[in-house]
Design a protein around this ligand. Structure first.
Ligand code: ZN
Length: 153
């Protein structure tokens, strides 16, 4: 095992044992649920949108270490971002996970997420890492369509 693998493992375990932004938002703008039946991962993503930005985010996640760690890192990465930035962050992450075995260097503010590319060695687990992000993207989609609806009133 290389030093990079050790660091990756440590970051993932830290987020798994101390998941950030866990819980429920009382009055979220939207919530979205995702499941990964292959592994039994379940996640509910709550976001509160203010001025087109993610003012707050909470996750109710149950599942394996990869799913939990990915969700925790995702919540830290996108909290405070505009919806547009959050979609961009999600696509950076998804490109990293789906872009083949080559190691990817991410911008400094997304550094923690690099830890998850160790998972690319286990293709079955990539879905675990993507679940929180895909669920977030659904929530953003919902928030945007609500926003469009309220403009029509
Ligand atoms: Zn899993």
């Amino acid at each position: 095992m290389s030093l990079a693998d050790d660091l990756y493992r440590e970051t993932i375990l830290d987020h798994y044992h101390h998941p950030r932004n866990q819980g429920e938002l009382v009055a979220p703008t939207v919530k979205s649920e995702g499941v990964n039946p292959l592994c039994g991962d379940e996640i509910t993503v709550y976001i509160s949108v203010d001025s087109n930005s993610i003012a707050d985010i909470k996750l109710d996640a149950h599942g394996c270490s990869i799913n939990m760690a990915s969700g925790s890192m995702m919540s830290e990465a996108v909290k405070g971002q505009s919806l547009e930035q959050a979609v961009k962050t999600a696509s950076i992450f998804k490109n990293m996970m789906l872009g083949g075995s080559q190691e990817v260097i991410l911008p400094e503010e997304l550094e923690d997420l690099e830890a998850l590319q160790g998972v690319k060695k286990y293709p079955v687990r990539i879905k675990c890492a993507l679940l929180p992000w895909n669920t977030l993207l659904e929530a953003i989609e919902q928030a945007r369509s609500q926003d469009g609806a309220s403009d029509n009133i």
